[in-house]
Design a protein around this ligand. Structure first.
Ligand code: GTP
Ligand code: MG
Length: 249
């Protein structure tokens, strides 16, 4: 039994409790990160392109957790925090194309051990300021030595253009302490629309390129390729002939 009247013991006990609490979220993040890595690698192998530009995970700091708690009010225990703050563990996936966002979201939804708590589609329904992203709240089971916990992780999936916009908008809000001048707000909204136009255009170009690639693949069927050092090397016919001559000798 810990003697809670002793300040040092008490501090230690609190530290341990908090560490265990945060650790749970860290493990949950690892699990989701691994899932995403697997999807990414498998996709690359099957479809010969990478739908994910990059991923970034973060744990909310105790300070930010407390700030958010004060905004929400009425919280007395760690258990309350768990049920109130859903973005203690957060992972952001940046994709090249909008279709990749939905593809990844579908692939995650199909995983049996991920429980989907909610999906908010701010791409089909952007926020009034122009914010776009797909948000998923999921619960992932974390197995520890003495218990199993279902831990909530927030996944934000967006394009590079949406991410660029969101990080600038975030900086502007921070800078102006949330009272951003009207003109800037209007400009930001326009920028969000422009970013979306770029996303749509890039997606269209990507499709066209994929079609050309496919046509070339059909035309070049039987073409000799060598997988070397993670690269596909085209082996020209004359080299192939030269080498097959060697083989015969
Ligand atoms: P909280 O905002 O986290 O209290 O929860 P909520 O239920 O309102 O969730 P929502 O899905 O709206 O937003 C969660 C997260 O998405 C935020 O913490 C931000 O990271 C991001 N986000 C939402 N809206 C905006 C926005 O207008 N601009 C930017 N830059 N990020 C946003
Ligand atoms: Mg919000």
């Amino acid at each position: 039994m810990i003697d809670h009247s002793h300040p040092l013991e008490q501090v230690k006990a609190i530290q341990k409790k908090l560490t265990r609490f945060l650790m749970m979220y860290k493990f949950a993040l690892h699990e989701v990160e691994t899932k995403i890595e697997i999807l990414q690698e498998e996709f690359q192998l099957l479809h010969d392109y990478n739908p994910i530009e990059h991923t970034k995970s973060r744990l909310k700091s105790p300070e930010s957790i407390m700030k958010k708690l004060y905004r929400k009010g009425g919280i007395r225990s760690l258990e309350d925090i768990r049920h109130t703050i859903h973005d203690i563990a957060g992972i952001r996936i940046t994709c090249s194309f909008i279709s990749d966002i939905y593809r990844i979201s579908r692939m995650l939804q199909a995983q049996k051990d991920l429980k989907i708590i909610s999906i908010k589609d701010y791409i089909k329904n952007p926020k009034p300021n122009g914010y776009k992203s797909l948000h998923m709240l999921v619960e992932v089971p974390v197995f520890m030595s003495d218990r199993e916990e279902l831990v909530c992780v927030e996944i934000q999936i967006r394009t590079i253009a949406m991410d660029f916009w969101a990080s600038l908008e975030h900086k502007i809000f921070y800078k102006y302490n949330e009272s951003v001048p009207e003109r800037l707000l209007a400009d930001l909204k326009t920028a969000a629309d422009t970013a979306y136009e770029l996303d749509t255009k890039m997606e269209q170009l990507h499709h066209e390129m994929e079609e050309i690639k496919l046509a070339h693949q059909h035309a070049g069927e039987g073409e000799f390729q060598l997988l070397f050092d993670n690269q596909k090397l085209k082996i020209p016919d004359n080299l192939l002939q030269l080498l097959s001559g060697d083989e015969k000798e």
